[in-house]
Design a protein around this ligand. Structure first.
Ligand code: ASP
Length: 303
């Protein structure tokens, strides 16, 4: 079954023209100048997992475009009583949802929803699979700082194994010929990660990842997903934490990204978190126009 038209389920199956179209449209969106492209539409935010940035920026983006938003979280809804994903979807369609934005702990949940419910579905993060809106807002942020993807090197450091952000970023950057270096210990960055997309390589050595790089993306160690894994955090910090001294190994004008939530003192120091080369809050800011474009696309108004 084909997913509902307008859905955004991942980056893997989007072509470069479509990605550029979304990014170009996002450049035209200004959250301070409302554009009623979703006037009267109902956007349901269905969150089975915690979220701060993704949820709030989808909600703000929808409201700026004139939509009504409804937030449903597992706690306090019928999900808690055992209602299935699809029955929740049929219910949301019956109350008149025009777009469903879903975050779910299982990879593929948004796809199943989009295949069965005739409503555009936007993946706001599904298990270890993809986080397409994050990859798009990161691409938007990179292009605001670097002008083009040509000749760029992006180094992604941290818990790649558990990161849907890293997976979506590799797919997107790989499509544009960007050199991507994944860096971390073998438990968090298995060798097979190099096969996610063309142009991706794995290293265990931070210096190797940072030398001459243009963009450093830091990732949180996802403790809630580590079940059974032995990660020696003091050792991780001593080998991979981003510090001011280590940042000097990268290009002078390198920028630092992080999808959040950041854990100061673990994957980065406070000096880096608040430093001049860091664009973490810009990413959050850019999330709103990017998600405005994604929502407009969902209802066929990205023109
Ligand atoms: N916020 C991102 C996600 O939901 C990254 C993270 O949680 O570390 O995947």
């Amino acid at each position: 079954m084909n997913p509902a038209r307008g859905s955004l389920l991942g980056i893997e199956h989007l072509d470069t023209a479509e990605i550029l179209k979304i990014l170009k449209f996002a450049r035209r969106m200004n959250p301070d100048k409302p554009r009623p492209l979703l006037k009267g539409k109902r956007v349901v935010l269905l969150f089975y997992e915690a979220s701060t940035r993704t949820r709030s920026s989808f909600e703000i983006a929808a409201k700026v475009m004139g939509a009504h938003t409804v937030l449903i979280q597992s706690a306090g809804s019928s999900i808690e009583k055992g209602e299935s994903l699809l029955d929740t979807g049929y219910t949301l369609r019956a109350v008149g949802a025009d777009i469903i934005v879903i975050r779910h702990p299982n990879a593929g949940a948004p796809l199943v929803m989009a295949q069965h419910i005739d409503v555009p579905v936007i993946n706001a993060g599904d298990g270890l699979h993809e986080h397409p809106s994050q990859a798009l807002l990161d691409a938007y942020t990179i292009l605001r700082n670097k002008k083009s993807f040509k000749g760029l090197q992006v180094s992604i450091v941290g818990d790649i194994f558990h990161s849907r952000v890293a997976r979506s970023a590799c797919h997107l950057l790989g499509k544009f010929g960007v050199k991507v270096i994944l860096c971390g210990p073998p438990e968090l960055v298995p060798d097979i990660a190099a096969t996610i997309a063309p142009g991706v390589r794995v290293t265990r050595h931070l210096e190797d990842a940072l030398r001459g790089t243009d963009v450093i993306m830091l990732l949180r160690v996802q403790k809630e997903r580590l079940a059974g894994m032995q990660i020696d955090l003091p050792d991780y910090i001593s080998r991979y934490q981003m510090t001011t001294a280590r940042l000097k190994m990268a290009k002078k004008d390198a920028i630092v990204l992080h999808p959040g939530p950041i854990i100061r003192g673990l994957e980065l120091t406070s000096e880096i978190a608040d430093g001049a080369q860091t664009r973490i809050l810009d990413e959050v800011h850019n999330g709103v126009p990017t998600r405005m474009a994604i929502l407009a696309r969902a209802v066929g108004r990205m023109r």
